[in-house]
Design a protein around this ligand. Structure first.
Ligand SMILES: [Mn+2]
Length: 303
């Protein structure tokens, strides 16, 4: 069976781990594809060329606007294989793609790992534990172990090894502890860097904190750090031009803003990518450009 799930958070890797555990129990081989919104279309295209009569599970990845380019490949993959798509994101942009021929398990109340667990490992206590931790992280709840595991993932720990260890019944071990400890120092430096590269701006009557982040700090951590300033919303900008939007105020629809930048997401969390590099030299100017573009979106909306 082929598992395609998100590559950099506990929900994605937790989904992989539960599927890995399922495959082991069934005595079948699991091939893992660690994907994200940027690469999902490519992964689908590649598998549509090589797979027949396989089981394919896609988890923790929404069907977004970008995938329309791969509609033919998705249809071919579904025609030749049994495809189940398990997700909890926004499917508003999916349009005709939902008719590609996969079985869809969708709920916004639960995280993907919970849905995967209910679907594949309903009676397994360890899978339920993994799903519970993924839920705590995805819904930003307090849970020490969940956030520590997320730090292990963010530290650059080998994904396949992480999935195998989790699948084998481990939730914490010496190796995780070492990766976690090492990452605390990196995180501290990452936060310091953000603090030194933050601008608070007023955009159409909203307050917005923007910061340049080093690439090793995940957008979840960078945004959470910036959100502590209490502005209506925040934008984290990465050196490769990647933008992450999060909000403190429910009045701002971030999905709409992100779409104006060619990206997507939900009202509460969204992302996009600028077609340029951002560095120490140009970041202030880039921030002002971003603010001006957001202003145009918000003003068009209020008109
Ligand atoms: Mn998720």
């Amino acid at each position: 069976m082929h598992c395609i799930a998100h590559k950099k958070d506990l929900d994605g890797l937790g989904s992989h781990a539960i599927l890995h555990r399922y495959a082991k129990e069934q005595g079948i081989e699991a091939v893992h594809h660690f994907s994200d919104y940027d690469s999902l279309g490519e992964t689908i295209a590649e598998l549509s060329r090589s797979l027949t009569s396989e089981r394919v599970v896609i988890a923790d990845l929404g069907c977004n606007a970008k995938l329309h380019r791969y509609a033919g490949e998705l249809r071919r993959l579904c025609e030749r294989n049994e495809v189940v798509w398990i997700d909890h994101h926004d499917w508003d942009d999916a349009g005709e793609l939902v008719k590609a021929g996969f079985r869809l398990v969708l709920s916004t109340e639960k995280c993907a790992a919970e849905l995967v667990q209910e679907e594949f490992m309903p009676g397994d206590e360890h899978s339920r534990r993994i799903a519970e931790l993924a839920h705590a992280h995805d819904f930003r709840e307090e849970n020490e172990l969940a956030w520590k595991l997320y730090d292990v993932i963010s530290s650059g720990y080998d994904r396949m090894r992480f999935v195998e260890l989790l699948a084998s019944g481990v939730l914490w071990c010496e190796e995780f502890e070492r990766a976690y400890r090492k990452y605390q120092e990196a995180k501290r430096r990452g936060y310091e860097y953000i603090d030194a590269h933050t601008m608070v701006l007023e955009v159409s009557g909203y307050t917005c904190a923007m910061a340049l982040s080093e690439k090793y700090l995940s957008s979840t951590l960078a945004c959470l750090h910036l959100q502590r300033l209490g502005t209506d919303f925040v934008v984290v900008v990465y050196p490769d031009g990647k933008l992450s939007f999060r909000r403190n105020s429910e009045r701002v629809d971030l999905g709409r803003i992100a779409r104006a930048f060619g990206g997507g997401g939900r009202a509460t969390a969204a992302g996009a990518k600028l077609d340029m590099k951002v560095d120490e030299e140009n970041y202030r100017r880039v921030f002002l450009d971003i603010a001006a573009r957001i202003e145009r979106v918000l003003e068009a909306e209020s008109r």
